[in-house]
Design a protein around this ligand. Sequence first.
Ligand code: LLP
Length: 467
Amino acid sequence: MSRAAHPAGPRYADVLPGGSVSAPPADLNALEAKVWPSSARREESGEMSVGGVPVRRFVAEHGTPAYVIDEADWRTRARAWLAAFGDYDPAEPPVHYASKAFLSRGVARWAAEEGLGLDVCSGGELAIALAADFPAHRLTFHGNNKSRAELVRALDAGVGRIVLDSFEEIDRLAELAAERRVRPRVMVRITVGVEAHTHEFIATAHEDQKFGFSLSGGLAAEAVRRVLKHEALDLVGIHSHIGSQIFDTSGFEVAAHRAVGLLAGIRDEHGVRLPELDLGGGLGIAYTSEDDPADAFDIVAGLKAIVARECFGYGLAVPRLTVEPGRAIAGTPGITLYEVGTVKPLDGLRTYVSVDGGMSDNIRTALYDAVYTCALASRTSEAPPMLARVVGKHCESGDIVVRDTWLPADVAAGDLIAVAATGAYCRSMASNYNHALRPPVVSVRDGATRLLVRRETEEDLLALDLG
Ligand code: LLP
């Protein structure tokens, strides 16, 4: 294949006022450790490999586009979160993987084997977890509008905790539990009034949004009153989730401060000491070299210290602390592999590199202005850097996978592009827009691949369409 260099165009500063892209990295072939799966490397041939599987072999087996998960990396991150808590009762793990990041039966088994709990927030996520024989007592069931059918399913399965999110739900669950003569453990989700420094759509603790009971408005205290009145509900704690892709732990400090204040208020008003506090998920990961996430150990140590200090202030016993990382476990171990189909240099602007997927397999760029790192994966190149935009094949100009990136100027049709840190919220938010077939999810480990979710087929599309 001939690899004529495309004109690189003017320097980034000229074409992107405000400098939304930084200067080209010194080595375009390098794979920065914090952004890529821990096993990602360049083989002698120059191609990238993950889990000991070179990408060209991977693609020969599974095609493109495809999601690839480094299983060992996923498990190592899960273990690190658990280890950060030190001693705990394995029947009540302090870390619940937020399955919305990505769940399949295979992943539910990894979570079970590693000893994690699982947070599910829909009948579908619950169904996958149960189908994988995930221990129901290690499940937490979330959602701001759980249906009666979902609540019944959760009760019948014996999920460990149900997080109550509305007054209707308190009564609904109490009634369903009483009918079944069960007494589910429940938590009350509170809104602590924190402005998390993240995209508006993934911030969840400011007042003006749909989740939880507001603390400042007194709704949280009222929810606790109502739950305590129901014999059929066993109130075990308070839940707060302030948002996602957060690096600044000050939001968690405020959340812990206010949540512990509520626990103290509950003790004073009702003489009840709630034993649990769940601070949710939300810890950020590195999508680019500019992101610097703290490691699990430091985060957990910080949260524990804050909660202990707050409890000391109120003369409260320290509750059992739990967290629900999704992205921080699943994000970095996953990448997406695409094949380049067309390369369009736009004189004086940038070069559009079209790949064989797009917003149907990664909606995050279009939805949240998310930024990503990508690399030429099928080979190395010594060509000069070219300002590029990696776009998909959908019928929208907003169909962008990586908005601003530097790729070698000789990128051409047939090359493979890998996008880093797509293990969370990409397959789980994928769609069939333009009747795209959703890509497979394949785990890699010790040189072998394992299909977790197969690629969709046109038969799958037609099976739903009754003609
Ligand atoms: N716990 C609760 C109650 C949550 O609502 C979430 C995320 C998590 C835990 C896990 O958050 P994580 O650790 O993964 O940040 N689709 C968005 C993220 C939405 C997250 C919604 N809830 C994205 O692609 O960034």
